[in-house]
Design a protein around this ligand. Sequence first.
Ligand code: ADP
Ligand code: MG
Length: 336
Amino acid sequence: MSIRRLPETLVNRIAAGEVVERPASALKELVENALDAGASAVAITLRSGGLDGIAVSDDGHGIAREEMPLALERHATSKLPDEAIEQVRTLGFRGEALPSIGSVSRLTLVSRQSGADGWRLVCDNGAISTFEPAAMAPGTRVEVDGLFDRVPARRKFLRSPRSEYAACLDMVRRLAMARSDVAFVLEHDGRRVLSLPAGQDREDRVAQLIDRDLAENHVVVSLEREGVALSGVASLPTFHRGSADHQYLFVNGRPVRDRLLVGAVRGAYADFIARDRHPVLALFLSVPAEEVDVNVHPAKTEVRFRDPAFMRGMIVSGLRRALDSAGMRVANRAEA
Ligand code: ADP
Ligand code: MG
């Protein structure tokens, strides 16, 4: 056996296993690209929970015609300043999403920069098949059809349209909470599921996405310490749920999943709420770039804090203070 380089299509397909596990992860990448492009409105259409089709349209800055094929090349990105991964301000930076998705679906990329003509590029399971002029308003539209149709091993692991749809909806919720300045529309199987106007207050956006009654039943969280800022919305202890599914954490505008949150929330509410009940909340941490590593996993939903204990302390203190000012007595003040 001799050593040889894997063909690019195969490399992309292997990477696709990490970047796009299921429709919701493909959707996340497409919406993040729209936000990175400065979109003020993002429209999402799903068919069968995204299994049959995902389409994301934005009114962002678009892609120049000559760069469209490059957008589908691996590790090609317009976002990373040379050799400074710590400096990333955008949601994407790996240049992996489009080539990965394009290697395991039929991907159509239509884009137009203002003052230029629109172009359509089709990538069919790794091979560019069409590149032609297309009429459209400035912005970008990406359609993904038949995700994993040619990868039966992966398709087998996907769940029902219903649960894939639930995962997509959860993803859109998270992204929409992080950007209350941007308008979002979500349609599923011809039905409009979400319609969020641009320029909403963050509190209104969160209440609209979690539960409208939250608007009357929350405290505002706000704390700043050593260059780290925590803000957000948390429910009063009288407003709770049977699961922790509606506890959202964002770090530098990025929705993340971190065990840290569950423990900190439990600690902060321990005196007011039964152990099997959970508050709903959305917390936003703004952290200096050197305090956090987002480059842990290709899907970028995990972060690593340099000082997790400090972040946990921030969340506990921030929540306790907010509850305190709302008239809740904190019996056991272990605040640092
Ligand atoms: P990354 O986001 O990590 O750079 P992607 O594979 O997601 O990698 O996208 C590759 C490139 O394609 C981006 O760097 C960007 O220049 C361009 N691009 C993708 N989607 C859009 C979009 N919706 N609007 C404008 N440019 C886009
Ligand atoms: Mg991207």
